[in-house]
Design a binder for this molecule. Structure first.
Ligand SMILES: NC(=O)c1ccc[n+]([C@@H]2O[C@H](COP(=O)([O-])OP(=O)(O)OC[C@H]3O[C@@H](n4cnc5c(N)ncnc54)[C@H](O)[C@@H]3O)[C@@H](O)[C@H]2O)c1
Length: 252
């Protein structure tokens, strides 16, 4: 029996990276998945790869009307929404002194407004259903700086707002049996990061010191497993939680 049997989950940023691992693990645990992403071609490929009874919908998470369509289509096809995973994210790769206002706002829109819109549109359906679980993917870059946020000021601020929004939603919707928690990944071993480590072996040496728990960096599935737990009924008494999955980076 899967830990998400009978559940319907919307997952943003589902085309690649952590999003792909989320789709894979949620389907393995029995959920029906609605994957959304800007990158339609890659999204279709990923969602198809893990089963044929799921749905892939193109969405820019900053588009309010687009969100309404995703929520309505999900309810039309599957009858309800149990889970929302706000995973889509971006980096501006700029420090405070280089960052242009429009670059700051773009990162805030995708990383912070995106989750808010998903939450706003999903909660009424979760209320109708009598329960719901929202999992927001933040980052240890919202808990500390330096290598943790890649020197990216807008990223750090946007993920900090995800942390606070999570607490707010957890508090105000607990009475409706809607839970909301966040996951704080450290480094995730994506293809992109593998390339960075191959090209900069000294960065790998630093990572080994900063994240002491072997293998020093998490697999995408390690993060997805945390999201499965928070989304599932195993976490029925858990809300407002902050689950750090970082190979020990936050221990120093
Ligand atoms: N990779 C890491 O080391 C790491 C560490 C901590 C936190 N995170 C967080 O995990 C999440 C996933 O990261 P990843 O490494 O898989 O990133 P990624 O860049 O590989 O994937 C992000 C996905 O989000 C999609 N996306 C971007 N903007 C969008 C928008 N406006 N609307 C819809 N989709 C959009 C992209 O098309 C892409 O498919 C992000 O929120 C990221 O901040 C990643």
């Amino acid at each position: 029996m899967g830990r998400l049997d009978g559940k319907v989950a919307i997952i943003t940023g589902a085309a690649q990276g952590l999003g792909e691992a989320l789709v894979k693990r949620f389907v393995e645990e029995g959920a029906k998945v609605v994957g959304v992403d800007l990158n339609e071609e890659k999204l279709n490929e990923t969602v198809d790869k893990y089963g044929n009874d799921n749905l892939a919908l193109k969405l820019d998470v900053t588009d309010e009307e687009g969100w309404q369509k995703v929520v309505d289509t999900t309810v039309e096809k599957f009858g309800k929404i149990d889970i929302l995973v706000n995973n889509a994210g971006m980096m501006s790769k700029k420090g405070v002194l280089e960052l242009k206002p429009e670059e700051y706002m773009k990162t805030i829109q995708v990383n912070s407004l995106g989750p808010l819109l998903g939450i706003q549109k999903s909660i009424p359906k979760m209320k109708e259903n009598g329960s719901g679980s929202i999992v927001n993917i933040a980052s240890i870059g919202s808990l500390k700086s330096g290598a943790a946020d890649g020197g990216d000021a807008a990223y750090s601020a946007s993920k900090g707002s995800v942390r606070s929004l999570t607490k707010h939603v957890a508090h105000y919707f607990a009475k409706d049996n809607i839970r909301c928690s966040s996951v704080f990944p450290g480094g995730i071993m994506t293809d992109m990061l593998k390339k960075v480590f191959n090209e900069n072996p000294e960065l790998w040496e630093t990572t080994k010191v900063s994240s002491p728990l072997p293998d020093h960096i998490a697999d995408p599935e390690d993060i997805a497993n945390g999201a499965v737990y928070l989304a599932s009924d195993d976490a029925k008494a858990v809300t407002g939680a902050e689950l750090v999955i970082d190979n020990g980076n936050m221990t120093h």
